[in-house]
Design a protein. Structure first.
Length: 306
């Protein structure tokens, strides 16, 4: 579970963004996510005044208390099936949820021009807005070496660097050691359409097929967030980066995809959980500092020898 104590402190805010713009929210989910989904939905309703509709994309309807719209991930509206996404170096479900996020704003009728895609385990704790005061701009959240939650692995900052140029030659991440993989993102319909058109023109095949081939070429290290962020920045789309404070819950049982892993597998895992929090904190304290500082901290007994 990921929580965000973001925005200004105070009571929940209500009303639309400047100019009356709204966002519709898309949440891909698996049955294992339903335990946290209702909390995520309630927090969106309470703290995110720009959110209008909330649609869950999954293989079965979510629990009734979630009070959301639902669309089957196998609905004929999607040009791909889960079986089409196998053999790409990662789980087919991992690619499926990414492609659902990217295609939903373009294919689903009646959605707002600005669509918030959000993980099913993100709980908002304070008021937050996603749209800039202008007529068309949006915020994009990023993490860097200083703002990435300590329990996240540092490798997350560069894990998906190779995917961006693999799917669209010449496109690069805008900043090294920075990631837009931050549990949510506002995707704008016009930007997505332009992205898909450019990828299809460059690759000579449908966008989702090019996506799968790029995933395979990078051993499954695909990221819809990194791709959209790099494209939006490179095409001078009106976006403003920010760094909201997120906390990744340290309780392993709170992460449904980690519950079945052994202690050894958790220690070796490079993904969302980095169990060696002490080493990560020590790295941050000593980064770009004289080597003597690291030696002093280790000698103090506050950190075990690594």
């Amino acid at each position: 579970m990921t929580t965000s104590p973001c925005g200004a402190a105070g009571e929940p805010v209500h009303g639309l963004a400047s100019g009356g713009r709204v966002v519709d929210c898309i949440i891909p989910a698996h049955e294992k996510d339903y335990e946290t989904l209702s909390h995520a939905v309630r927090s969106l309703r309470q703290f995110c005044p720009e959110v209008r509709r909330i649609l869950v994309l999954s293989s079965s309807p979510p629990l009734a208390d979630c009070e959301v719209e639902w669309l089957d991930e196998a609905d004929p509206v999607w040009p791909f099936r889960r079986s089409d996404l196998e053999g790409c170096g990662c789980g087919s479900g991992w690619l499926l949820q990414q492609l659902l996020k990217l295609y939903a704003p373009v294919l689903l009728e009646g959605l707002a021009d600005d669509v918030l895609v959000c993980d099913a385990d993100v709980v908002w704790l304070q008021p937050v807005r996603f749209l800039l005061p202008s007529d068309s701009g949006a915020y994009i959240n990023v993490f860097n070496t200083h703002t990435c939650p300590p329990i996240r692995s540092a490798v997350d900052l560069h894990r998906y660097d190779g995917f961006v140029p693999a799917i669209l030659p010449g496109l690069q991440k805008p900043r090294p050691k920075e990631t837009a993989v931050c549990h949510h993102m506002v995707l704008q319909k016009r930007v997505l359409k332009q992205l898909m058109e450019e990828v299809e023109l460059a690759c000579g095949r449908s966008f989702w097929q090019a996506y799968c081939e790029a995933a395979k070429a990078t051993e499954g290290r695909a990221s819809e967030y990194e791709l959209y962020y790099a494209f939006a920045i490179s095409r001078c789309v009106e976006v403003q980066t920010r760094m909201l404070s997120f906390a990744v819950v340290a309780d392993m049982e709170a992460h449904s995809h980690l519950r079945a892993l052994s202690a050894e597998e958790l220690r070796d895992r490079e993904g969302i959980i980095n169990g060696d929090t002490e080493r990560e904190i020590l790295r941050r304290l000593t980064e770009d500092q004289p080597a003597e500082l690291s030696q002093l901290l280790l000698a103090s007994g506050m950190f075990g020898a690594k």
